[in-house]
Design a protein around this ligand. Sequence first.
Ligand code: ZN
Length: 198
Amino acid sequence: MASPAVEVRRSARRKRMVSARREGDRMVVFIPGWMSDEQERDWVAKMVQRMEASEARRRSPGRTGDEALLTRAQELSSRWLEGRTDPASVRWVPTMRTRWASCTPVDRTIRISERLRDAPGWVVDYVLVHELAHLLSAAHDDVFWSWVYRYPRTERAIGYLEGLNAAASLGITGVDGDPPTAEQDAELPDDRIAATGS
Ligand SMILES: [Zn+2]
């Protein structure tokens, strides 16, 4: 990343705190008026580094993020699915236009949309249980839903995702293109669970 344009604003009224924020292309660092030039240099360097690190984290979730997701999926599998599922990988992927997540049963891979990164843990848990259950039943059939509903907050999580979808006008139905109930599901084709590529 090219070194960013940085603007320093000193304020006599600012007593202790150094802070920084992004304003368009620039980073603005706020410095108390009493600081020496040397302190200012140190703090600006520190704040720029900190902000770049946090922006990089937000842009691309690191391996730890994926590892934590896989660990969580394994916990949920043993807790709610009798440990019958063994995903090969579970990872965050860039926001998908029409899905919260997807599962490819043939190679046991699960992908979760980064759009859910800020969702409550129990909602992400539901999405994980949903995708894990596809390893037991690829279709959204009765068998599938009977597994999913072992997770006690399923109904609430479905409601939460519907609300999120409506609020942001995302046009996402169900978790991975499925309707939230088993009955409606029977009429839909099965190719909804296909891989999203790569
Ligand atoms: Zn599904």
